[in-house]
Design a protein around this ligand. Structure first.
Ligand code: COA
Length: 154
């Protein structure tokens, strides 16, 4: 568990399904992922994948709880991935649109960054950003990704 000024980041469980589904069935949130909203079964599969990932790699996405009202307001954490053939650990986050713009993603991501470098002793983190490039979209090209060390929300 990680505690920040306003947030608790704790291990995700299947009991978080309703809270996460509120976020992943919100069109504003899902606009970033092609606009397809999650239903219950898709949410369950997504959580199960994260739980399996957590068992395999000893890190994963935390559920993020707002201290003032104990509401699940997002997820934030680490995911193993292959980028251009090399193993990387990505820091990622999704937050309830009702809470956007208050610095919560930044607060959570900074705490996860410190946990990754400190407690887990990881040497490096990346953050992938999908670049919406109209010219590439129009030409039927691929999504492009930027890479960097350090974190940012947005
Ligand atoms: C991206 C997301 C997590 C940001 O959450 P948040 O709690 O509002 O973020 P913060 O308040 O910490 O803002 C962080 C920075 O991003 C900027 N930002 C936040 N949302 C933005 C948006 N939709 N467009 C442009 N900038 C944005 C903020 O202005 C802030 O910049 P600043 O520090 O220079 O002021 C949230 O909008 C979200 O869940 N979006 C949908 C899912 C998603 O895109 N996840 C990330 C991709 S994996």
């Amino acid at each position: 568990m990680i505690e920040t000024r306003r947030l608790i980041l704790r291990r995700m469980t299947m009991a978080d399904l309703d809270g996460l589904l509120r976020i992943f069935s919100d069109p504003k949130v899902m606009e970033s992922f092609g606009g397809v909203l999650f239903d219950r079964s898709k949410m369950e599969q997504w959580i199960q994948r994260n739980l399996d990932h957590q068992d395999q790699y000893r890190y994963g996405l935390f559920s993020v709880i707002l201290k003032t009202n104990a509401e699940l307001v997002g997820d934030c954490g680490l995911e193993h991935m292959e980028v251009d053939g090399s193993a990387e650990v990505e820091i990622g986050y999704d937050f309830s649109s009702s809470y956007w713009g208050r610095g919560l993603a930044t607060e959570a991501a900074m705490a996860v960054r410190d946990y990754a470098f400190g407690q887990l002793g990881l040497p490096r983190l990346i953050s992938l950003i999908r670049i919406h490039n109209r010219a590439i979209d129009a030409s039927g090209g691929e999504d492009r990704y930027g890479e960097g060390e350090g974190v940012g929300a947005g």
